[in-house]
Design a binder for this molecule. Structure first.
Ligand code: ADP
Length: 485
């Protein structure tokens, strides 16, 4: 894209600023070529960004507003994203690698968060608590203050929207730490906030290295709340830093989510679940359907279907993949691609059967073939560890109890699924699968309205839905003694 600005700055207190740590090259994963430079924040920049957000919070400007007005501003941010949809989507493709049509879906999805949470702003109400004639007691929900949001590279637009919309709707000032690999599109949130009329410093945006700017933000004494999506290891580092300041976190740390497919399942319909569950965004989705646990009587048929879907996908540069369809783009980086390919090779070495894919494409760019592995057993690394790539592992079971046991046999617990026509069996599985969300007969059923988050190593706290609003507020109880005023 000829019009892509060559240098992107950070945004602190309403100004676009250079970074104390210099600049970073942003690469197009489809070509390996540099597309822009991004300012890199150091700890001093983080300090300024947090101070700006804190000033806005302490000014009371965000809480003085009637929530319905603040909600309208949040909604206006969503409309801003839609008005710039084509431009944002193209930049997202260039920095992240996904097909253009997927990028458009991501921007639209991001706008939906602003619509939804903008609508919710006026609904965050306290309640009165009866204490008898001598008292009048009620609760208020106050914003936490400064919300720090540390964003991953797989859905940089949607992930920021998810936390930012809810945080602003509830009256918080924010510091966003954008991902090093995909920092560019996040600039649009700063423009959107300004266009909507939020005071300068309400939305600050800094890109920096995780161990530098990220760590400085997570450990900052004036941050009041942290939202993080990323790896388990980084989640632990962030939660540890936050604990030192007694700051609450929401951690969304990925998964190894399983679909249980019973012998009575509609396998033709399940094709769609395979298509979206593991190949959307080249499998770089924390709630990806990375394991299918199928009844042994249907395994052969399912594997043949999975192979057909994987080999039907045309893989190549996302910018050329304009139309919704059977296409897949690059992974975010060659390092991520090589990591995923190496996991496939190790799985083959311990006895998994490579049905299709598994190799890098013979062309520049971070491309991995859509991959299906069969004969996977629960003890294998490929069945336990997150690949974060387009790699489906197929396992088999003999009876229901075994299926549940395999589904629950990893340290993760983000989402799960069960595919059957038997309502009782589906209900039993929904109760027994150890996960924050269970899909019955459709992977990714749900939306911005439904709470999302994990158990176990998948993290804690919930995003999306009304439930997420409580991440950004704290309860204050006000007790009035009557008869002494
Ligand atoms: P990945 O390893 O897949 O890049 P991470 O979980 O390390 O995923 O990164 C997700 C986000 O967390 C990025 O924005 C990254 O910069 C940030 N990050 C990485 N390490 C730290 C850290 N120690 N403290 C705070 N943020 C970090």
């Amino acid at each position: 894209m000829t019009s892509l600005p060559p240098y992107w700055r950070n945004a602190i207190d309403g100004d676009w600023v250079d970074g104390g740590a210099g600049r970073l090259d942003v690469l197009d994963p489809a070509t390996g070529e540099k597309i822009a430079e991004q300012a890199l924040a150091d700890a001093a920049d983080v300090d300024r960004a947090v101070a700006a957000a804190r000033r806005v919070h302490l000014s009371g400007a965000l809480t003085a507003m009637r929530p319905i007005e603040r909600g309208r501003m949040v909604q206006a941010m969503g409309r801003y994203l839609l008005e710039h949809k084509d431009e944002i989507a193209r930049i997202l493709v260039l920095e992240q690698g996904k097909p253009l049509w997927e990028a458009v879906i991501e921007v639209e999805g991001a706008a939906l968060y602003f619509e939804y949470y903008g609508n919710q702003a006026a609904t965050v109400e306290g309640r009165s608590i009866p204490l008898g004639a001598g008292y009048y007691d009620f609760t208020d929900y106050e914003p936490m203050g400064v919300s720090a949001q540390i964003i991953p590279w797989n859905y940089p637009v949607e992930m920021t929207a998810r936390s930012l919309a809810a945080a602003l709707a509830t009256g918080n000032a924010c510091v966003i730490k954008s991902p090093e690999l995909t920092p560019l599109t996040n600039a649009y949130f700063v423009h959107a906030a300004a266009a909507a009329g939020f005071p300068p410093g309400t939305v600050n945006l800094i890109c920096g290295f995780g161990h530098e700017a990220g760590a400085a933000l997570a450990g900052h004494a004036h941050v009041n709340q942290i939202v993080f999506t990323g790896s388990v290891q980084t989640g632990i580092a962030i939660a540890s830093a936050a604990a030192r300041n007694v700051v609450p976190c929401v951690l969304e740390l990925g998964g190894k989510s399983a679909a249980i497919v019973h012998e009575d399942a509609d396998l033709a319909a399940f094709d769609t679940d395979i298509r979206w569950g593991i190949f959307f965004n080249a499998g770089q989705v924390c709630s990806a359907m990375s394991r299918v646990i199928v009844h042994e009587s249907r395994a052969e048929e399912l594997i043949a279907r999975a192979e057909a879907i994987a080999s039907s996908l045309s893989v190549g540069p996302g910018i050329e993949r304009v139309e919704f369809g059977a296409t897949m783009g690059a992974m975010v980086s060659e390092a991520q691609r090589d990591r995923a390919a190496a996991m496939v090779t190790r799985a083959e070495a311990v006895g998994a059967r490579l049905i299709t894919g598994g190799r890098a494409l013979n062309r520049p760019g971070a491309f991995l073939q859509p991959t299906v592995l069969a004969g996977v057993t629960p003890d294998m690394e490929i069945a336990r560890e997150e690949v974060f790539g387009p790699v489906l592992s197929v396992l088999t079971f003999k009876d229901e109890a075994e299926a549940i046991e395999i589904a629950n046999s990893t340290d993760y617990g983000l989402v799960g699924g069960v595919f059957t026509r038997d309502l009782d069996r589906a209900t039993r599985a929904a109760r027994q699968i150890r996960a924050g969300q269970v899909f019955v007969n459709e992977w990714y059923a749900g939306g911005v309205e439904t709470p999302f988050g994990g158990v176990g190593k998948s993290g804690y706290g919930r995003e999306k839905g009304r439930e997420a609003l409580w991440n950004y507020v704290q309860t204050k109880n006000i007790a009035i003694r009557m008869g002494r005023g």
